[in-house]
Design a protein around this ligand. Structure first.
Ligand SMILES: [Zn+2]
Length: 195
């Protein structure tokens, strides 16, 4: 079990065919999830390609997430949550917090990704649009987006299977201005399952 402390990120190597579970430890916490091809990180999970691939805003169980080269990289194996996730919003970054009125440094999913990938030997990395597990961004009839607290409870999880060798990074989103984490960021856990 890999613990992702509140407001931080962690990366892990996942072999093709291996599954991993992303667990919302305390509930109500967004987990920004990224996946890169292990032997060429210029190929990575792409939200915009995945939306076109599944013709939905987010894959259903049994469907794939694909890369910027339209190759399946992750498969949604199991969803033990209310089934609400986002794949529209960019990772939070320093500019996001400046725009929200924060003065000085604030942890962000972008920096968490960059640090986790540096720890895996990749100090320079593209910041793709994440798979925002557990994130509740309702799309209203007129196209407006809502920013609602994650509806998960303690122990809710999503299981993903790697279809190619990949580097997976999960960030326990430090957003505490917009209420997506109930204004109280908490930890996430990654459980690697046996092949
Ligand atoms: Zn974030």
């Amino acid at each position: 079990m890999i613990e992702v402390p509140a407001r931080e990120g962690r990366g892990v190597r996942v072999a093709a065919g291996q599954s991993f579970r992303v667990i919302d430890v305390d509930g109500g916490q967004v987990a920004d999830t990224f996946a890169f091809r292990a032997d060429d990180i210029s190929e990575y999970h792409s939200a915009e390609h995945t939306r076109a691939y599944v013709s939905r805003l987010f894959p259903r169980v049994g469907e794939h997430f694909v890369t910027n080269h339209r190759r399946p990289i992750l498969r949604l194996e199991e969803d033990l949550t209310p089934g609400i996730h986002d794949m529209l919003c960019a990772a939070c970054d320093p500019e996001r917090y400046t725009g929200l009125g924060v003065e000085g440094w604030h942890a962000s999913c972008q920096e968490n990704l960059q640090r986790a990938m540096a720890d895996l030997g990749h100090p320079d990395v593209e910041v793709p649009q994440p798979i925002n597990l557990f994130m509740n961004i309702p799309v209203l009839a007129d196209g407006e987006l809502g920013w609602e607290p994650a509806p998960t409870v303690a122990g809710d999880s999503v299981t993903l299977r790697a279809e190619i060798d990949c580097l997976v990074v999960v960030s326990a989103c430090p957003q505490d201005i917009v209420p997506i984490n109930g204004n109280h960021p908490t930890p996430i856990a990654i459980e690697l399952l046996d092949l």
